[in-house]
Every structure is written in structure tokens, then in C-alpha cells.
Design a protein around this ligand. Structure first.
Ligand SMILES: Cc1cc2nc3c(=O)[nH]c(=O)nc-3n(C[C@H](O)[C@H](O)[C@H](O)COP(=O)(O)OP(=O)(O)OC[C@H]3O[C@@H](n4cnc5c(N)ncnc54)[C@H](O)[C@@H]3O)c2cc1C
Length: 439
């Protein structure tokens, strides 16, 4: 690779970063992709790892394998701790990295809205470690409950609370209820299934807020049929590991709280010294660049940009991918001496699955629910997964679960017991780092 090629550094091997690196494969630049983990994670299927349907390896793919054939590509495993904008240098845990253009795609992090007890005792779902921690917790609660003589304590162990009625909460609650009803009740015949509750708490009066009303109603109906108790207007204020307390002081005895209620930008966003918008996301200009430097693009979950109606773009994979294409095209234009164009998002629609044979799909005004929506969801997710091996493994697992009413991955990894979730630890480290740098 000739030395004089401009250097494009990309932070994050998620949906945005991966797409940007690929889009630059035929551009006369040298690309370095930096991530603190050596794999791309397919987050939309994380909840299936949490509910024992898939193994972590099925939904993650090593970055070096993905880019094996891309000649202008290099990977660096490192944590990014800051950016020297005037000097055009990225600061990482393994040293400084000069750039000509920088694309920042560090994604999002769970947001607990200052509820410290929930952050400490609840289980977020953002990383592989989080999903394994949830799986461990659910399986461990069944093992503990079957040995518990006191009926009240036993019921507390068998109450599973999911907070947040967005896609992650809905999908997790549906899959958890099926894991329990279709599989765990067979593994634990001594437990009374009437003692088991999956409770989905939503602070507003609607599930899947971005979906049209009919699909929102269908979703609530399907969840009820799948034995998920949906509670609207239910706002969690505390969770001490044994009791979930709602606003109004109602108490739900439960040992497990899965937090799917809030997302914010990754801690790196706060380290840039840029103006932040809602959810701590970096306010970017119309071309996705930082106002302080047109050589730095921020894309995906970490970026805040409003659409024509003044609404922030959603934190979803298609936004990150389209913004990645835009940033790559802008660099190609700059190399030709052309100005950057404003970014326009084309909404491809949205979908969510609610377990076996049930999903809702909203595409270009078309509203579909039930079996056909579910098949569409399955096909799309298989197509979007990276790597033939992962696709095959996921297909085999899904077929196994579907026909045998089983979940293949019901292992408790002992070393995961009640460690602080990885996400929380890293967010705390990021905040500490931001404070240290701010002096
Ligand atoms: C459980 C779950 C389910 C979801 N389901 C859907 C869905 O069904 N459909 C949909 O469209 N979207 C879904 N999303 C949202 C979607 O995954 C995100 O919008 C998308 O991943 C954003 O892409 P990104 O490139 O901005 O960030 P990410 O894909 O999150 O990638 C960020 C990358 O940056 C790395 N990184 C972060 N900080 C640093 C640092 N300081 N140093 C080094 N590396 C760093 C991370 O390790 C990560 O690899 C879901 C998200 C979750 C958590």
C-alpha cells in the first residue's frame, strides 16, 4: 500500500463502522478500523442469546475475518479515549493514531435515567456479556426456586420483570415467556407454572411507539396470549435485587429485572468536547460532520441529527448504515475536490417479533402481522447476519427450537454470577475518563 494514501480512521466495528470500511474498499485511501472488541455484534438477535435460543458465537463475527480480502484495510484492537481535533490524532489505549479523515461510530449505551439502584441490580441488554448474564440469571432462578420451601420467596424468584415497551423489551418478554412455558416447565416439573410471571412494564400508554396504532394493539394482544402481563403507565423508581418499586410505591417482588427502557450515546461522545443533543448524542452538521472539524464524521447511534419534521433520527441499524455510506461518499467527493452534500435518511420501515409465528411489520404504509410477518422477520435477519457459518448455525438453531419446542443453550456459566454488567462498568469507566480529562 503506497505510503502517501490518505488515512481514514474508523471507530467502531458495529453497523455503521463496518459499512463505512466496506464502502471505502475501492477508494484510494488506507482504512484503519479501531474497536475495543475484535468482533462485529449483531445486536438485533442479542435477546435470543439472553433467552437461550442462540449462542454468542452465532451472532458475532471476527472483524479480521470479515475484511480478510480488503487490501486497503487494517484493524486495531484498542479502546478509544479521546480525539485531538486540531492535531488530527485519535488517542487510544494502545497509542496515538494520526488521521486525515475520522469516522466515529461508537454506538450507544444503556441509559438508566439516574436510577442508581436499577443500574446496580438490573440487567441491561447491550453486549454479549449482558445477554449471557440474563440467561444465567433466569436459569439460576429456576434452579434456586425449585429448592425454595417458602412459597412467597419462591414466587419472587419466578417473577421476571422486563422494563421498556420498545422493540427490545417486547422481543425479550415474548421470548422469555416462551422459554419458560415451552421449555423450562418441562425441565422443572415440580414447579407450578402458575407461580411464574413475566411482566412487561411500560411507562407510557403504548408499546412499540414508532409503529402504527393497529400494530401496537396487535402486539399487546399477542403478548397477552403468550402469558406476558403488560402494564402501561408503570414507572420503575427502585430495584434492590428483590423488590421492584413503581411510582406510587407499588411493589412487585422479583429477583430479575431486565432493563430495556433507555439508550444513550456511548461514553466516547462526551469526550469530543462537541455540543451534545438529547441522549448525549453528538450534534452534527447536515453532512454528519462535527461543526469544529469537517474532517470528522459522527454516525449511527452516537450522532444527533433531526429529520425534516424536526425529530431526531432513531437509534437503528439502517440509520447507521445509510450514514456510513454517506460519510464514505463524502470522503470520495472531498478527494475529487467536491463539497459535502447534506444527509437524507430513507426510512426502510420497521419490524419486531413477539415469539413463535408472531411479528409485526410496517413497511411503506403496509401493515402486516402474524405468521407472514414472522416469516419476513426470519428471512430478513438471516440475510442481514454476517458470515455463512453464522447464518447456517442460526437457521439450524431456529429449526431445532421450532420443531422440537426446545432451546439448545441452557447452560449457566458460573463465573457470570452477579458481576456488574459489562456495559455499566464501561460506562462508568468512560464517565471517569471524561471527568479526568475535563480536569
Ligand atoms: C438488544 C438490541 C436490539 C436491537 N434491535 C434492533 C433491530 O431489531 N433493528 C434495528 O434496526 N436496530 C436494532 N438495534 C439498534 C442497533 O443495533 C443500533 O442502532 C446500531 O447497532 C447502531 O450502529 P452503530 O454503528 O452506531 O453502533 P454499534 O453497532 O453499537 O457499534 C459500536 C461499536 O463501537 C465500539 N466502541 C464503542 N466505544 C468504543 C471506544 N471507546 N473504543 C473502541 N471501540 C468502541 C463498540 O465495541 C461497537 O463495536 C438494537 C440494539 C440493541 C442493543
Amino acid at each position: 500500500m503506497p505510503e502517501e494514501r490518505p488515512h481514514v480512521v474508523i471507530v467502531g466495528a458495529g453497523f455503521g463502522g463496518l459499512r463505512a470500511a466496506r464502502a471505502l474498499r475501492r477508494t484510494p485511501v488506507q482504512v484503519t478500523l479501531v474497536d475495543r472488541r475484535n468482533y462485529h455484534l449483531f445486536q438485533p438477535l442479542l435477546y435470543q442469546v439472553a433467552t437461550a435460543g442462540l449462542s454468542p458465537e452465532d451472532i458475532a463475527h471476527p472483524v479480521r475475518a470479515i475484511f480478510r480480502r480488503q487490501r486497503n484495510f487494517a484493524f486495531r484492537l484498542a479502546e478509544v479515549v479521546g480525539v485531538d481535533l486540531p492535531g488530527r490524532v485519535l488517542e487510544t489505549s494502545t497509542g496515538r493514531l494520526p488521521y486525515d479523515w475520522l469516522i466515529l461510530a461508537p454506538g450507544g449505551a444503556s441509559h438508566f435515567f439516574g436510577l442508581e439502584s436499577v443500574e446496580q441490580n438490573g440487567l441491561p441488554l447491550k453486549e454479549i456479556e449482558d445477554a449471557v448474564a440474563i440467561r444465567n440469571q433466569v436459569l439460576r432462578m429456576f434452579e434456586t426456586a425449585v429448592q425454595e420451601p417458602d412459597p412467597d420467596r419462591r414466587r419472587g424468584m419466578l417473577n421476571f420483570v422486563v422494563v421498556g415497551g420498545g422493540p427490545t423489551g417486547v422481543e425479550s418478554a415474548g421470548a422469555l415467556s416462551e422459554l419458560i412455558r415451552l421449555v423450562l416447565t418441562k425441565d422443572f416439573p415440580k414447579l407450578d407454572v402458575k407461580d411464574v410471571r413475566v411482566i412487561l412494564l411500560e411507562a407510557t400508554d403504548r408499546l412499540l411507539g414508532a409503529m402504527p396504532e393497529r400494530l401496537r394493539e396487535v402486539t399487546a394482544e399477542i403478548l397477552w396470549r403468550k402469558h406476558v402481563e403488560v402494564r402501561f403507565g408503570a414507572q420503575v423508581t427502585r430495584f434492590d435485587g428483590e423488590r421492584v418499586v413503581l411510582r406510587g410505591e407499588e411493589v412487585i417482588p422479583a429477583r430479575t429485572l431486565i432493563w430495556a427502557a433507555g439508550v444513550r450515546a456511548a461514553p466516547l461522545a462526551a469526550l469530543l468536547g462537541a455540543e451534545l443533543g438529547p441522549q448525549g448524542r453528538v450534534r452534527v452538521g447536515p453532512g454528519l460532520q462535527l461543526p469544529a472539524s469537517d474532517r470528522v464524521f459522527v454516525i449511527g447511534d452516537a450522532a444527533w441529527l433531526e429529520d425534516e419534521r424536526g425529530e431526531g433520527l432513531p437509534m437503528m441499524a439502517p440509520v447507521a448504515q445509510q450514514q456510513a455510506d454517506h460519510a464514505a461518499r463524502s470522503i470520495q467527493r472531498a478527494l475529487r475536490g467536491e463539497p459535502t452534500l447534506p444527509f437524507r435518511y430513507k426510512n426502510p420501515g420497521s419490524m419486531a417479533t413477539i415469539g413463535r409465528n408472531a411479528a409485526v411489520v410496517h413497511v411503506k404504509g403496509l401493515q402486516v402481522s402474524g405468521f407472514f410477518a414472522w416469516v419476513a422477520w426470519l428471512v430478513l435477519h438471516i440475510v442481514l447476519l454476517i458470515g455463512f457459518r453464522n447464518r447456517l448455525l442460526v437457521l439450524i438453531n431456529w429449526a431445532w427450537d421450532y420443531f422440537l419446542y426446545d432451546r439448545a443453550v441452557r447452560l449457566i456459566y458460573a463465573h457470570e454470577i452477579h458481576t456488574a454488567p459489562a456495559e455499566t462498568r464501561r460506562a462508568r469507566q468512560g464517565t471517569a475518563e471524561a471527568e479526568r480529562r475535563a480536569g
